[in-house]
Ligand binder design. Structure first.
Ligand SMILES: Cc1cc2nc3c(=O)[nH]c(=O)nc-3n(C[C@H](O)[C@H](O)[C@H](O)COP(=O)(O)OP(=O)(O)OC[C@H]3O[C@@H](n4cnc5c(N)ncnc54)[C@H](O)[C@@H]3O)c2cc1C
Length: 438
């Protein structure tokens, strides 16, 4: 007989989706337990970007000021370089959100911050070193999970299990939820490299010699990601570290004085990229959100943001029903319906970005920026539009009942005025066409 815990909602996985959902449900008076398999949040290269729409959620929760006191860098623009041609790809200074930047913060700081806020509610429990290994089914619904803990296996019974356990989700596998898998032609090698005062400030993507080198300014170092052809890491290793360093310098020559910092393959972490989504995100008693419902590629760095938006929508739709202990399948279906659209659109954009990268791999020589790119970047407002796609995303979620920021309200009014203008224009054309000839 296993030890048994009870909670109204049991969240599996303490990543961005799980911790945010735990906090939001606790805040709404739901008894919630988060099970996380690791003993802390300290893991490197997990994606450290906190986008304007996530910052907006924190503004609406009234915790933004505290959050911005945690050390971070602010990224206002993303600049790209294609074969020596440098252009501003994304300008976040105009997004209709309270914060007009991406905050770069180690993910463990972000998760520690949110979980500390959640712990302020007595109905929130975070249980570290609790690794879920299976689901419990009673009658025709999922009613709990089994978890390995330092004290031995336990059972956690709950009205609702939420799988937030990432792209290798055990929850979705155990529930046999069907997955739609999309082929991905890339993997990413992450490493750190020192930054000097003369380096470009807000440089992001460097494209040349059949590779993309992403450099994220983290103060005294660059968080660097080299995008490689899927499955080619073993070949790269065989060619040796010297060849790898040469390749980095060929793409970003200003790193020549620091590339020797890479002395061992252990400093270079392979992150296998996957892109997929569940056809069905729920069964009776169980729901999946975040990467567990839709594994995101790093393209655009929007995965954390999407996971947070899922958590906000889940809390908005389910907190009342959880409190009253009447979560139905139709509510879970409503949630999938709400969040599947932004997921599909974002994944379609990422798949298109992958196609462009695939084409790039075919030319290992020096790249010349195509004329189409040079024309496109001159289109007025293009970097603002891209900033919306990256920083705000499709269908941003808001905390139910919270006061919206002034930037957001102004944007809504501007959109309303434009819609009214367009509708008025159409109406007047119609009226003029119907006027009988005198
Ligand atoms: C190479 C790469 C780089 C990326 N870079 C970025 C980026 O810069 N910005 C960005 O926004 N997105 C990035 N992403 C995507 C981003 O990492 C994910 O979309 C995001 O982390 C999803 O959050 P999540 O909470 O759903 O899942 P995760 O962050 O994966 O969290 C899942 C949590 O569940 C825990 N867990 C797993 N199994 C169990 C279990 N059985 N029991 C208990 N706990 C368990 C894990 O330990 C983990 O803490 C990147 C992805 C890749 C592959």
């Amino acid at each position: 007989m296993l030890n048994t815990l009870r909670s109204t909602c049991c969240i599996v996985g303490g990543g961005p989706a799980g911790i945010m959902l735990g906090y939001l449900l606790a805040r709404k008076g739901v008894e919630v337990t988060v099970l996380e398999k690791h003993k802390d949040f300290f893991r490197d290269f997990r994606g450290d970007t906190v986008h304007p729409s996530t910052l907006e959620v924190m503004y609406e929760l009234g915790i933004l000021e505290d959050f911005l006191r945690v050390p971070h860098q602010e990224l206002h623009q993303l600049v790209g370089t294609v074969g020596g041609f440098t252009f501003k790809a994304v300008d976040l200074r105009h997004v209709p959100m309270h914060c007009k930047f991406v905050a770069l913060m180690p993910q463990w700081d972000f998760l520690n911050f949110l979980s500390e806020k959640a712990k302020g509610y007595p109905n929130f429990a975070l249980r570290l070193e609790h690794e879920v290994t299976g689901l419990i089914q009673s009658d025709s619904r999922i009613s709990g999970v089994i978890a390995n803990t330092p004290g031995g296996p336990i059972e956690v019974q709950a009205d609702l299990i939420v799988g937030c356990d990432g792209r290798n989700s055990i929850v979705r596998r155990a529930a046999e939820l069907p997955v739609l898998e999309f082929g991905v032609p890339i993997d990413v090698l992450w490493f750190r490299i020192g930054r000097s005062g003369d380096d470009p400030e807000q440089l992001f993507g460097n494209i040349n010699y059949g590779s993309v080198l992403v450099l994220i300014n983290r103060g005294d170092y660059f968080q660097s990601g080299l995008i490689i052809r899927k499955g080619s890491f073993e070949d790269i290793k065989r060619e040796g570290l010297e060849a790898f360093r040469r390749n980095v310098v060929r793409i970003a020559p200003y790193l020549a004085s620091r590339v020797h910092e890479l002395q061992d393959w252990n400093q270079i972490k392979l992150l296998t990229v996957r892109l997929n989504r569940l056809r069905r995100w729920y069964v009776s008693g169980l729901l999946c959100i975040g990467d567990a419902a839709h594994a995101m590629s790093p393209a655009g760095g929007v995965g954390i943001n999407l996971a947070i938006q899922d958590a906000v929508a889940t809390a908005n739709v389910l907190s009342g029903a959880l409190r009253e202990r009447r979560v139905t399948e139709s509510l879970l279906a409503r949630l999938q319906c709400r969040r599947e659209f932004p997921t599909r659109v974002t994944q379609a954009m990422q798949a298109n970005a992958h196609k462009a990268l695939e084409a790039l791999f075919r030319n290992p020589g020096p790249v010349k920026a195509p004329w189409q790119l040079k024309v496109a970047v001159k289109i007025p407002g293009i970097s603002h539009v891209l900033a919306r796609a990256v920083g705000v995303g499709v269908r941003p979620e808001h905390i139910a009942g919270a006061r919206r920021s002034r930037a957001y309200r102004n944007d809504r009014m501007a959109k309303f005025a434009i819609a009214l203008g367009v509708a008025g224009g159409f109406l007047s054309v119609l009226v003029m066409r119907r006027k009988p000839a005198s």
